[in-house]
Design a protein around this ligand. Structure first.
Ligand code: AVJ
Length: 325
């Protein structure tokens, strides 16, 4: 078993990135914070609670695919029995991919599982869970940004790659960012590699808005926790009571967005930097883009990929698509 340990310099580099991203984002108009920073220990826990909410259908839909259509997935992703690396971008707790791992291990397929995540906390939980559930699994955890760690994964072996990008994580990118991401991915893969991308589909707008606008306020806490994180890690003094979560869904564009509203005119300091908020000024926090099949096909085509397979959940609310260069 092989764990990529986090050298001290890297933790410091991550902290520097965090600080400069946050300060730069707050200089934007509208002010902007990146949702990739939601996932510290408390954020990981809040996201687990979100996945448990009856209204947050995404995880259950994709779980339906991974539980009930595992053989189809394997046929599309893993032709033959050549050894390969199974790289998962934003693996989190890997709840869905565990069904795939289980099947592959029981078939005696030779692969190394490489989960990539920005949260070192969730990776250490995952590593512990998988090595006790599957003592024979080969696993290399990679903590950091997608591309940096994808490059790291590529430098560790020259085997065929199967890349998983589940949960509609791609929806956290704007359509332009998603296009850049896919182009970049395309340049870094070869013909024999496969990518599985999960997309949340457009559906009745009420269902979508309800998934992100829960009355319990878990999604609100998930957003507000980033302010707490800034207070704790960057010496900020955000007063959480003076910020309110606001969720929107635009059924025309498919953009589901979350914001924090400053309830009063106020100054916040982060270390030595002062940031002024007008009353009702917004912080753009997160996009969770929803897709039509046309948009998915368009994205693949524009970025040089061919879609070789599509698997829906039984409600057809979600789709896992298989891409190749
Ligand atoms: C983990 C990116 C798939 O956008 O649906 C859940 C994160 N944000 N509720 C999503 C999230 C608010 C989630 N992803």
């Amino acid at each position: 078993m092989n764990v990529q340990l986090d050298p001290q310099s890297k933790t410091e580099k991550n902290a520097d990135h965090f600080r400069s991203d946050i300060l730069n984002g707050l200089k934007n108009t509208p002010k902007k914070l990146s949702s990739k920073y939601f996932y510290d220990k408390i954020g990981d826990h809040l996201f687990q609670q979100i996945m448990d909410m009856p209204s947050y259908y995404l995880t259950r839909c994709e779980l339906d695919i991974f539980k009930n259509k595992t053989d189809e997935l394997i046929d599309l992703l893993i032709p033959g029995n050549e050894s390969f690396d199974l790289i998962e971008l934003g693996a989190g707790d890997a709840m869905k991919s565990t069904y795939l791992l289980e099947k592959l291990i029981s078939k005696g397929v030779n692969f190394t599982y490489m989960p990539i995540d920005i949260s070192g906390n969730i990776l250490s939980i995952l590593h512990k869970k998988l090595s006790s559930q599957f003592p024979e699994i080969k696993i290399t955890c990679l903590e950091g940004d997608y591309f940096e760690m994808l490059q790291k994964a590529a430098s560790l072996s020259d085997r065929r790659k199967v890349v998983l990008f589940l949960g509609s994580n791609i929806g956290n990118m704007t359509p332009e960012e998603a296009e850049d991401f896919c182009l970049h991915l395309n340049k870094n893969l070869s013909q024999k590699d496969r990518v599985l991308i999960g997309f949340d589909l457009k559906k009745n707008p009420h269902i979508i808005l309800n998934a992100y606008n829960d009355k319990e306020g878990i999604t609100a806490s998930f957003n507000l926790n980033l302010l707490t994180r800034i207070n704790n890690e960057l010496g900020g003094n955000f007063d959480l009571k003076q910020f309110q979560h606001y969720q929107t869904y635009d059924p025309v564009t498919g953009a589901c967005r979350s914001f924090l509203i400053s309830l009063i005119r106020q100054d916040v300091t982060i270390d030595n930097t002062r940031i002024s908020f007008e009353e009702n000024e917004l912080i753009d926090m997160e996009i969770s883009q929803k897709f039509s099949s046309e948009k998915i096909r368009e994205l693949a085509k524009k970025t040089g990929f061919t879609i070789t397979g599509e698997i829906n959940d039984s409600k057809k609310w979600f789709v896992d698509t298989i891409w190749q260069v």
